[in-house]
Design a protein around this ligand. Structure first.
Ligand code: MD3
Ligand code: FE
Length: 203
């Protein structure tokens, strides 16, 4: 159930299954305080993915650009605190993949409706690229695109299902990645949605 996809990328198939209810409860509690919203890119386009988050900072996008912010721009309030259960879960996944002492300070939660996608990009708003990112997939399956260090590099396709966890770090940290449009379906716990949590050391 542990697949080393490439240097610095470990897929832990089904690692989150035993925690599915705890994770769902946490996502619903966070979304009740900081509702999912579709951000706009700096060029004014609507992102198809809706997002929220918890922790000391959340990722925001607006006319000024992309960045981490300590307050939710929609409510003016600090983002909900990261539950210990989530922080500990992410640290355990990172350790299983070989990254000791991972202490995330932000968890971004992406919600994909059917047809939503994320185009190829790099995650570079975090301050410390030596820290890995832990990603948890829930709900409908999706195909993840995993490219190289240049946008034009050919991307591998990695299918991700409910409960799969991927840890990205080291030389993989700056690789381009994206998510193909989510196909129609109904998940017993999440209905017509895919949820992805990414745990990061942002600040
Ligand atoms: C590979 N989210 O929020 S997380 C994102 O499924 C994002 O919602 C995707 O990309 C999603 O930025 C995938 C997996 C991920 C995160 C960071 C990476 C993959 C990565 C950094 C380097 C390489
Ligand atoms: Fe990303």
């Amino acid at each position: 159930w542990r697949e080393d996809i490439d240097t610095g990328v470990v897929v832990l198939r089904g690692f989150a299954l035993s925690q599915a209810d705890v994770l769902a409860q946490a996502v619903h509690a966070i979304a009740a305080q900081a509702p999912f919203r579709q951000m706009h890119t700096p060029s004014g386009l609507h992102m198809s993915v809706a997002l929220t988050g918890c922790g000391e900072a959340g990722w925001v996008s607006d006319a000024h650009g992309y960045r981490y912010a300590r307050r939710d721009p929609d409510t003016g309030l600090p983002w909900p605190a990261m539950p210990d259960t989530l922080r500990n879960f992410a640290a355990e996944a990172a350790a299983t993949a070989g990254f000791r002492n991972f202490v995330p300070d932000a968890c971004l939660i992406n919600r994909y409706a059917i047809g939503a996608r994320m185009s190829l990009h790099q995650d570079k708003n975090e301050r410390d690229f030596s820290q890995p990112i832990v990603s948890v997939s829930l709900g409908l399956p999706a195909v993840f695109q995993f490219g190289g260090l240049a946008r034009a590099d050919k991307a591998q396709r990695i299918p991700l299902a409910h409960g799969d966890v991927v840890v990205w770090g080291g030389p993989a940290r700056m690789r381009f990645h994206g998510v193909l449009p989510v196909k129609p379906g109904v998940h017993p716990q999440w209905g017509e949605f895919r949820i992805n949590l990414t745990f990061r050391k942002a600040l």
